[in-house]
Design a protein around this ligand. Structure first.
Ligand SMILES: C[S@@+](CC[C@H](N)C(=O)[O-])C[C@H]1O[C@@H](n2cnc3c(N)ncnc32)[C@H](O)[C@@H]1O
Length: 355
């Protein structure tokens, strides 16, 4: 069922910043605006990188093993505050110790797997530049890891909310993969921010639902269909359009290209002659187009997707935007990104900063 329900204005603040310990969110739970957050996104302190001078801080454990144990126990407890469709994104960098890498991201990932969590994505955040390293025996580190983790659920098949369309529609790259080239940005204080807003923005677009049912708490699912347009962000697509026009190809040629070239059976069948095969006329038009376009023919087979509506759970017409939780909110990068995208957010920190 495709419906377009109105987003209801709720008169609640769109964000909350709470003082507390990420290791023990229970004591804050009465203040949480929702029982199940739609996504957690956070950048915890890395092991021995920076001393926040607080007795309860994470990151100053004596050994890397102890750090991994505390961090993985902490994250595992967050499952209690997640909606059934939610996932957790954690940004981690590795640290050198006694001249060698500790292996923080991989050790943390393995610890979470041991606890029954599943890894949906291991995104590499690639940085175009970094602080030069003083050691002649070491390359400057230019990447960090962002893990998307899904808690153990009753049914192993239960999935997590994911909207690739929302991301691809807004990012001026053809089709985004799991290596993200994002420059570190400057925080409000002018220092290099530990976590750029662009990373948070991408994660929220992918995993924070735009519409969650007020009644049952399920997210509505975006409905997309192939559109007749090509992706103008692709250089090859722009050239393909030029060739199409130069050779005076027609709408019928376009339909034939898509009937022949598209792997989507439903779309192909619309133009086929009932036997599951393309008619000689369609084949002839497709051949003409192939001649005119050469290698650019295939551009027309990657139909751009267009948003056509939302599939609702069927129980309610009223929805709210997704809620983010960041238990190590720091300078509130993720909260700012959430607010700009129209989501709602709760930040927790031992020493919270106002937004
Ligand atoms: C790496 S920073 C967060 C970076 C953040 N993404 C940003 O954009 O600023 C880590 C934050 O975790 C906080 N912190 C450290 N231990 C904590 C704990 N046990 N509970 C909550 N916050 C903690 C620190 O105060 C610091 O603000």
């Amino acid at each position: 069922m495709v419906v377009e329900p109105p987003v209801v204005e709720i008169h609640l603040p769109d964000h909350q910043i709470l003082q507390g310990n990420a290791k023990n969110l229970d004591v804050l739970s009465l203040q949480f605006p929702v029982q199940g957050f739609d996504v957690i996104l956070t950048s915890p302190p890395y092991w021995k990188r920076r001393d926040y001078e607080h007795d309860e801080q994470l990151g100053q454990e004596d050994t890397p093993d102890e750090y991994i144990e505390v961090l993985s126990d902490t994250v595992a407890l967050w499952a209690r505050w997640l909606a059934p469709h939610a996932s957790v994104f954690i940004n981690l960098a590795d640290t050198h110790h006694n001249g060698f890498l500790v292996g923080t991201p991989i050790l943390f990932e393995l610890a979470m797997r041991e606890k029954g969590w599943r890894v949906a994505h291991r995104i590499i955040w690639s940085k175009p530049s970094s602080v030069p390293t003083a050691s002649p025996r070491r390359l400057a580190s230019r990447h960090e890891t962002v893990l998307q983790l899904v808690p153990p659920r009753k049914k192993a098949t239960e999935t997590y909310y994911f909207d690739r369309f929302a991301l691809n529609d807004r990012i001026p790259e053809a089709e985004i993969g799991d290596v993200w080239h994002v420059a570190p940005s400057r925080g409000q204080s002018g220092h290099v921010a530990p976590f750029p807003k662009e990373l948070a923005r991408r994660i929220l677009l992918l995993a924070c639902p735009e519409r969650v049912c007020e009644q049952c708490g399920k997210p509505h699912q975006r409905q997309v269909e192939p559109s007749p347009a090509l992706n103008p962000n692709r250089k090859q697509a722009r050239r393909a359009i030029e060739l199409f026009q130069e050779h005076n190809l027609t709408e019928d040629h376009l339909a034939a290209i898509r009937a022949v070239g598209i792997s989507d059976v439903g779309m192909g069948k619309k133009l086929q002659n009932g036997s599951g095969k393309n008619s000689p006329r369609v084949q002839q038009l497709a051949d003409e187009a192939k001649q005119a376009l050469g290698g650019y023919f295939r551009e027309f087979t990657f139909a751009l997707k267009q948003h056509v509506g939302w599939e609702s759970c069927g129980c309610s017409e009223t929805t709210r935007p997704g809620w983010l939780l960041d238990p190590f909110a720091g300078s509130n990068t993720s909260l700012l990104a959430a607010r700009e995208l129209g989501f709602r957010a709760v930040g927790v920190d031992l020493t919270p900063h106002p937004l």
